[in-house]
Design a protein around this ligand. Structure first.
Ligand code: NAI
Length: 739
């Protein structure tokens, strides 16, 4: 087979990392471009399979790559090597697993099962090669990549930050289908394997070594040489084996029954019955251990076929694409972030959170407040957050803290700052004055961002020179946990500014969506009809428990009324006013948040709101009806269908309006995707439903339109279907298409 220029480059790289201890013999490349597998035979009899070309940033198992791997393994079968090393094309990549597009395209269970069998048989060929096999891992080794590594006798991994190993399949609504549910428990024991597979975890090298998933951590320069030495049996690494308890729990029927009994309720609690894949993987693990590897693999393939066609899998793959697209928004500007010197003004809950996020994103930060007490409180919040960050080592934690300087007065070298964000009080005049002053002290092209939650970004920008550099960067509370940032485009915000803050958002490990400067921006505008409807339902006599039950049964992470208490009723009262001012009748409702706040009940933070909070439990506030002067008779029983529809349909109607008004997305970026992502990351719309428009589309325009008409008749004009809905119903167009 041919040895083209790509292959030569790869060989050069491989030679340098092998430190020339084994001169290369012949090299064969198989698979087509983008799916290449390179087989090298060394003079000491060891074969090296290189997955991908050196210029491939991401290596996945496409059909072409699987064919290429098969061709390489077939040729080894007829001329068996002394040992085999499987390695990625470069330091930052082993294999990122199966091609997601391939998963997405499968429409029937037998095709999915067939795909899994192909992968399994391929990796069986490695396991049955009859020589020592070693996976030499640097960079991600996940999904199918990890399953390939599991089929090898040994796994060694580099200490690089980019090196990870694990099985994230359940996050995509499928199960590991190339042998992962069978080989992992046999290697690391059932408890640890369940921990990894059910949650879709990927481990860092040290975590992987601790549980025996890998056998050694090495420097990249040593990787290939050591792998070849192990494959040729010159070196035998010491293995970490599961502890005695884990071995008993894994290898005996009684032990497994014990694990099963304990783990199943915990799993159900996590999935709440909404996610079939972890439950399917759970079954597959035990089935294989009870009935043997061969039957276990067959069952695993059947289960993969069953899962790959579920609506949950399709929705989760959609969510994966959404998040990848969001990450790409700021790509063009990622170089502009080099040497970022940032200033955060306001060290309250939000400012402190943003400063910590910037420092964790390796940016130097000056945190400024006008009050010493507030600055100290903010600093304590940052220290606590960083101390709790499990993903950071002790050294990294001190680096993060060292990146933050605090000041009450002047900012050192202010003129060199290139990014300023304010998170001070929510008052237009104050924000305008502070930012105007800042704009005069920093360079003309430094970005000026506001974290306002309800004011107009264009109004804040008024009076600032070069307003194209002013942008809204709406973080959510708490910043450390909320993955979304709304990037608000004011009337004059420039494209460069948008691109830079999108890149910065990605650098902070969060997802950007670009939204228009309208009241509530995107997320709160869509969420508000849902929260407002809870108040209408209470007015109509429904109990807070019934409302919250309906929301939870739909898959929301928290009940609607509980969410109001969590946000804080003082804040919710303010949002009620600004949304009804902004949108009029359809966003008007009883402002119970204000009534409760006036009675000293501000929600969870004050110990009581719609609920009373005591010792970790919440009990509906017994005096609610009296305090809110509710006269409608209490609704007996639970008409949960009506409650759910009332909560959801107004929100869906608003999402379609936002799509049609261009509230989300920017030219060339699909707006519906941004709305779906905003709904999931911004307020927890269930990921297994794919986002609000994806879900609406699954119901269809007619069904939503007809139900809205019915709700409008029974409950008022706030449910009036928007024009775009009627139009899509008539034309049969998708609810995700812009019209
Ligand atoms: P906060 O009241 O906790 O903190 C505001 C801080 O700004 C205080 O420490 C105050 O001393 C300081 N400050 C006020 N004027 C200042 C000035 N001229 N110079 C320096 N420091 C000054 O407020 P929080 O909750 O952190 O909110 C800040 C901003 O973030 C507001 O615009 C708010 O609307 C927005 N926001 C708040 C969210 C929330 O849930 N709390 C969510 C998203 C945005």
């Amino acid at each position: 087979m041919e040895t083209g220029s790509d292959t030569s480059r790869t060989r050069e790289q491989s030679k340098s990392t092998r430190q020339d201890s084994h001169a290369a013999g012949n090299t064969n490349a198989s698979g087509s471009a983008g799916g290449r597998v390179i087989l090298e035979r060394l003079s000491n009899g060891v074969a090296v399979i290189r997955l991908g070309d050196v210029q491939e940033r991401v290596v996945t198992f496409t059909v072409a790559r699987m064919d290429g791997l098969k061709a390489a393994l077939d040729s080894l079968k007829s001329n068996r090597p002394k040992g085999l090393v499987v390695i990625g094309p470069h330091e930052e990549m082993f294999t990122a697993g199966a091609d997601i597009g391939m998963i997405h395209r499968v429409q029937d269970a037998p095709t999915g099962e067939g795909l899994a069998r192909t992968g399994q048989l391929l990796f069986d060929q490695i396991a049955g090669l009859g020589c020592t096999t070693v996976a030499a891992i640097s960079g991600p080794c996940v999904g199918g990549g990890c399953e390939l590594a599991l089929a090898c006798d040994y796994r060694i991994i580099t200490e690089s930050k980019k090196s990870t190993i694990g099985l994230p399949e359940t996050k995509l609504g499928i199960i590991p289908g190339f042998g992962g549910t069978q080989r992992l428990p046999r290697l690391v024991g059932v408890p640890k394997a369940l921990d990894i597979i059910l949650a879709g975890k990927t481990l860092k090298p040290k975590q992987a070594l601790a549980c025996g998933l890998v056998d050694k951590i090495v420097r990249y320069e040593q990787l290939e040489t050591l792998a070849v030495d192990i494959a040729s049996r010159k070196v035998t690494p010491k293995r970490v084996r599961p502890g005695i308890v884990d071995r008993i729990l894994s290898s005996t029927k009684m032990g497994r029954a014990f694990v099963k009994k304990k783990a199943w309720p915990a799993l159900r609690k996590q999935t709440k019955g909404f996610y079939p894949a972890p439950e399917s993987a759970f079954g597959a693990v035990f089935h294989g251990l009870d009935r043997g590897l061969e039957e276990g693999l067959r069952n695993e393939a059947r289960e993969l076929g069953r899962m790959i066609v579920t609506p949950e899998c399709k929705a989760l793959v959609h969510v994966y694409y959404l998040s990848e697209a969001a990450k790409g928004l700021g790509k063009v500007a990622s170089k502009d972030l080099n040497g970022l010197y940032s200033i955060v003004i306001g060290a309250g809950a939000m400012g402190a959170g943003v400063a910590a996020a910037l420092a964790r994103g390796e940016c130097n930060v000056i945190l400024k407040d006008r009050s010493e007490a507030d600055l100290n409180r903010g600093w304590t919040q940052i220290q606590t957050e960083v101390a709790r960050a499990r993903s950071l080592s002790t050294t990294e934690k001190s680096f993060v803290l060292n990146r933050i300087e605090r000041t009450l007065t002047d900012v050192p070298n202010m003129s060199t700052a290139n990014f300023v964000i304010e998170a001070i009080v929510e008052e237009l005049g104050v924000k305008q004055a502070v930012l105007r002053q800042v704009s005069e002290q920093i360079s003309k092209d430094a970005i000026i961002a506001t974290n306002t939650s309800s004011l107009s970004v264009s109004a804040i920008a008024a009076g600032i020179d070069n307003p194209q550099r002013v942008v809204g960067m709406h973080f959510f509370n708490p910043v450390s946990k909320m993955p979304l940032v709304e990037i608000v485009r004011g009337e004059q915000t420039g494209d460069r500014t948008i691109a830079i803050v999108a890149a910065l958002t990605t650098r902070l490990g969060k997802f950007p969506i670009v939204v228009k400067d309208v009241p509530g921006f995107l997320v709160n505008r869509i969420l508000f009809p849902y929260l407002n409807e809870a108040a209408h339902l209470i007015k109509d006599g429904y109990s807070v428990s019934a409302i919250d039950k309906a929301a939870l049964q739909f898959g929301m992470p928290m009940g609607t009324v509980r969410l109001l208490d969590e946000v804080g009723l003082d804040i919710a009262a303010h949002v009620c006013d600004s949304m009804s001012n902004g949108y009029g009748e359809r966003m008007r409702g009883p402002n119970y948040a204000k009534d409760l706040t006036n009675a000293g009940r501000k929600g969870k933070k004050s110990g009581g709101g719609f609920y009373d909070y005591t010792e970790g439990a919440e009990i509906p506030f017994a005096g609610l009806r009296d305090l809110l002067k509710i006269t409608a008779p209490a609704k007996p029983g639970e008409d949960l269908v009506t409650v759910t529809d009332r909560l959801l349909y107004g929100m869906i109607n608003e999402a379609i309006l936002c799509l049609d008004e261009g509230v989300a997305g920017q030219p060339s970026v699909e707006a519906a995707n941004q709305i779906d992502l905003g709904s999931i990351m911004g307020f927890g719309f269930p990921p297994f439903r794919g986002g609000i428009l994806y879900y609406a589309d699954s119901l269809g325009a007619k069904r939503i339109h007809d139900r809205l008409i019915e709700l409008e008749r029974n409950h008022g004009p706030r449910f009036h279907p928007c024009k775009g809905l009627a139009l899509r119903m008539k034309t049969g167009r998708s609810l995700r298409d812009k019209i």
